[in-house]
Design a protein around this ligand. Structure first.
Ligand SMILES: [Zn+2]
Length: 120
C-alpha cells in the first residue's frame, strides 16, 4: 500500500480535485487527508501543532513520501486575496520542509473548477 498526505481546507468544493491530483502526481494509492478551515494560514504562522501531529502519523505510520498543502479562492476560513494565500503557501511549504526533511513537500493552489496548480 502506498500513501501520500494532503493538508487541505475543509471546503467540500476542493476535496475531489485534490484527491485525484495527489493520486496522479505521486502515484500513491491512498491520500491521507487532514482538513481544517484555511489550514495554510496556521502553517504559514508556524502555529499548527494539531495539524503536524496528523501529518506525522501519516508519514511515520503509513510511510507517506509526499506532503501537500492546499489553498483555494473564496476560502471562508482564510478570507484573504489569492496573492496573500500564495505567500502563505510558500511559507507553509518551507515550514513543512523543515519539519519533514525526508519527505517531498509541495504547495497547491486549487481553483473551484477543479484545476490544481503546483506553486513554486
Ligand atoms: Zn477554504
Amino acid at each position: 500500500m502506498s500513501f501520500s498526505t494532503l493538508i487541505n481546507c475543509m471546503d467540500g468544493r476542493v476535496q475531489r480535485s485534490c484527491n485525484d491530483w495527489m493520486r496522479k502526481r505521486f502515484g500513491a494509492e491512498h491520500v491521507d487527508t487532514i482538513t481544517a478551515p484555511g489550514p495554510v494560514k496556521r502553517l504559514a504562522a508556524g502555529d499548527a501543532a494539531e495539524l503536524l501531529k496528523c501529518v506525522r502519523i501519516s508519514v511515520e505510520k503509513h510511510g507517506s513520501r509526499a506532503v501537500a498543502i492546499a489553498a483555494h479562492p473564496e476560502c471562508a476560513g482564510n478570507p484573504v486575496e489569492k496573492e496573500v494565500q500564495i505567500e502563505e503557501l510558500q511559507k507553509a511549504e518551507a515550514f513543512l520542509k523543515t519539519e519533514f526533511p525526508e519527505t517531498e513537500v509541495v504547495a497547491l493552489w486549487v481553483e473551484l473548477d477543479g484545476t490544481v496548480e503546483e506553486i513554486d
